[in-house]
Design a protein around this ligand. Structure first.
Ligand code: FES
Length: 168
């Protein structure tokens, strides 16, 4: 039988390869997260949300893990941009955002598979870039696949709006 007359499975069999082994090579080569073991997972969605800073310790005082109770210095270069609406920053496991003038602080790990979420100023919500879950600023899910709400922390402006307290 000639190759042109083989179907895909027969052709791969002749090569000694299965579809699964070819997929493994493909995934190793590309490193794409879409090569999930679970083919029912939605494909990753990449969105440029702008803003945000990495986790930092300068400008932070208090407990950022365990029982959350810390203060960020809004005059510190790491956090001063939080005074601008739509900006956000991370402190350890928490994302802090200026949501249209209201400071909100929530757990940053998506409740689906723990990807770090972003804040979207345009829609005033949180977005997970891995599979596209969306969360309202009160932490509730507005679009899956995530099914559980994010943890919300209390926020309070202190010292004439120069610092922000985040508390469980
Ligand atoms: S990790 Fe899957 S939607 Fe966030």
């Amino acid at each position: 039988m000639e190759t042109s007359q083989l179907n895909r499975g027969q052709f791969l069999k002749q090569l000694g390869l299965s579809s699964a082994s070819l997929m493994s090579f493909y995934c190793l080569g590309t490193g794409l997260t879409s090569c999930s073991k679970n083919d029912s997972e939605p494909a990753p969605i990449i969105e440029n949300t702008g803003g945000g800073t990495n986790s930092v310790s300068s400008g932070v005082t208090g407990s950022t893990s365990g029982t959350i109770d810390f203060t960020i210095d809004l005059t510190n270069a790491n956090f001063s941009k939080l005074k601008t609406q739509g900006e956000f920053a991370y402190v350890d496991g928490i994302i802090i955002a200026n949501a249209k003038g209201v400071f909100v602080a929530l757990s940053k790990a998506c409740t689906h598979q723990s990807t770090t979420i972003n804040f979207r100023s345009g829609t005033n919500d949180f977005f997970c870039p891995t599979h596209g879950s969306q969360f309202k600023i009160d932490g509730t899910v507005q679009a899956g696949p995530a099914a559980q709400s994010l943890t919300v922390f209390k926020t309070e402006l202190l010292t004439n709006n120069k610092s922000l307290k985040i508390k469980a």
